[in-house]
Design a protein around this ligand. Structure first.
Ligand SMILES: [Zn+2]
Ligand SMILES: [Zn+2]
Length: 494
């Protein structure tokens, strides 16, 4: 019955037409359709994840970085450290520190002889008691659950990489590790703790306890773990065992034997996970689902699906929430029965008047400037893509990288409130409570992180007409470009 329906016939005819190349592809309408295609692996070629230019990258020596010759984004880096042992050492150190952190007190406060001590778990508990369950869940996720998940996943991945036969689950764990890593926010929590501490030192006797130093050490070891871990390398370590390895382009030929600029652009695509580049036997629509990647078994698509529409929706919601986030108070500090609700801006002013200029500027940038910058920058990119204009795309691609980097740092205020609410609990003498503004503010932060995550900056370059054909200067430029610390050290025409 279903076979005879008009819907099914329409879908079938469209699918076969797409499959056998009878129609001109429309990148948007093809999204969601699975295309069958024979893919051949093109070795030595990389697609820039910021601008979509395919270019040959020579074999790098340890310490070298290859940059995109069109937009300057990083294409590949080879680290000097051991690929498994270095991240493993930092991962084990982080796990030990994390376990110690769970049971260690962060700081203690003394108000008129009454003491209160907090751990990393106290903030979410107090927020639940004050009726801010959603914020408690967010703080719990970012500071307790996600660090544990990320460290556990990393240990599993490194175990898989060092064993002879890696469990097949390790590929999915690696994919989830990459998705969840930004949500572990230990380093942002450290700044939140410092801001909370400096706000309290003038008002009461505050002492930092061992937990604070463990937290600081955990921040360092997790950053070192990230900087020594090369996920791309690991994708190639875990090929799906139940599949034939992909056929190589022109059998055993490598990039030395073909001219990159002569490969058909509309048939090239790269995997977003393992970065392998494939040549399909027909043009590939941008949104189409190309089945699973032959190298890493993850879903293969040319571009992120419906990226502009999804990013625009998140941005619209974030812009709406941004107004109450700044107008409504985010917390109230009451001392000896007196106190007023404070907004984000008045919190910055208080720090400034207390001569804590550096912290005032950090909170100003993280809580006020960064959310606006994220909304304005991503909106400009979306307009640029919709109008098919080239508004300094090189700059916009760099800006996109910066927007992704700063996304999480706006959580400083949310963490600070959770710490203050947990530690200043002396009923009439002194009391800190969260206010409704914090819910809107946290929503803005989360929505802008989502917007940056779903957006695909290559869409801007596609819309401006860069990726269907090469410009004359790109055709004439050398095929292989190696840039080290911003300086071109090797270029050759293959
Ligand atoms: Zn680029
Ligand atoms: Zn792949």
């Amino acid at each position: 019955m279903f076979r005879n329906s008009r819907f099914y016939k329409g879908l079938w005819s469209r699918w076969t037409a797409l499959r056998f190349g009878e129609v001109e592809y429309d990148s948007d309408s093809a999204s969601g359709i699975i295309l069958q295609s024979e893919l051949v692996l093109v070795q030595g070629l990389k697609e820039c994840s910021s601008c979509g230019l395919f270019q040959a990258v020579p074999d790098l020596r340890p310490g070298q970085v290859a940059e995109c010759k069109r937009c300057g984004s990083m294409l590949e880096r080879v680290r000097r450290t051991s690929p498994i042992m270095a991240p493993l050492a930092f991962c084990l150190a982080s796990i030990a520190l994390y376990l110690a952190l769970l049971v260690s007190p962060l700081m203690t406060i003394d108000v008129y002889g009454r003491e209160n001590t907090v751990t990393i778990r106290s903030g979410p508990h107090e927020l639940v008691d004050q009726g801010f369950g959603l914020i408690a869940i967010l703080v719990n996720l970012a500071t307790i659950l996600m660090p544990a998940v990320v460290l556990g996943f990393m240990l599993f991945i490194l175990y898989g990489a060092s064993s002879h036969k890696a469990p097949s689950l390790v590929r999915d764990v690696l994919a989830w590790y990459e998705k969840l890593r930004p949500w572990s926010m230990i380093e942002v929590y450290v700044i939140g703790l410092i801001v909370a501490y400096t706000k309290l030192v003038d008002l009461a006797v505050v002492k930092l306890l061992p937990g604070s130093f463990i937290l600081f050490a955990l921040m360092i070891t997790m950053a070192a773990m990230d900087s020594t871990f090369n996920s791309e390398l690991f994708w190639h370590k875990f090929p799906p065992s139940d599949r034939e390895p992909p056929r190589l382009y022109e059998k055993d030929f490598r990039t030395e034997d073909y001219i990159v600029s002569e490969l058909p652009r509309n048939q090239l695509l790269s995997c977003m996970y393992c970065q392998s580049v494939f040549l399909a036997d027909h043009p590939v629509p941008n949104g189409a689902d190309m089945g699973n990647c032959p190298v890493c078994d993850q879903t293969l698509r040319r571009r992120k699906q419906r990226s502009a529409m999804a990013a625009a929706s998140y941005l619209l919601a974030a812009s709406v929430f941004y107004i109450p986030a700044n107008l409504l108070p985010i917390m109230t500090y009451v001392k000896m029965g007196q106190g007023q609700p404070s907004t984000i801006l008045s919190g910055v002013k208080q720090l400034w008047h207390a001569n804590l200029y550096v912290l005032a500027l950090i909170v100003l940038f993280a809580s006020i400037t960064f959310p606006v910058l994220k909304i304005v920058a991503l909106s400009t990119m979306l307009c640029c893509e919709a109008l098919r204009k080239d508004w300094n795309l090189r700059f916009l691609s760099r800006l996109y990288g910066f927007v992704c980097f700063i996304g999480r740092w706006s959580m400083i205020d949310v963490f600070m409130i959770s710490i203050l609410a947990a530690i200043v609990r002396f009923s009439f003498f002194a009391h800190v409570s969260a206010d409704s503004g914090v819910v809107f503010f946290a929503s803005v932060v989360v929505l802008t992180i989502f917007a940056a995550d779903v957006y695909d900056p290559r869409g801007m370059w596609d819309a401006a007409g860069y990726n269907c054909t090469l410009t004359q200067s790109e055709k004439n430029s050398p095929d292989k470009v190696l840039v080290m610390r911003g300086k071109q050290v090797e270029s050759e025409r293959t």
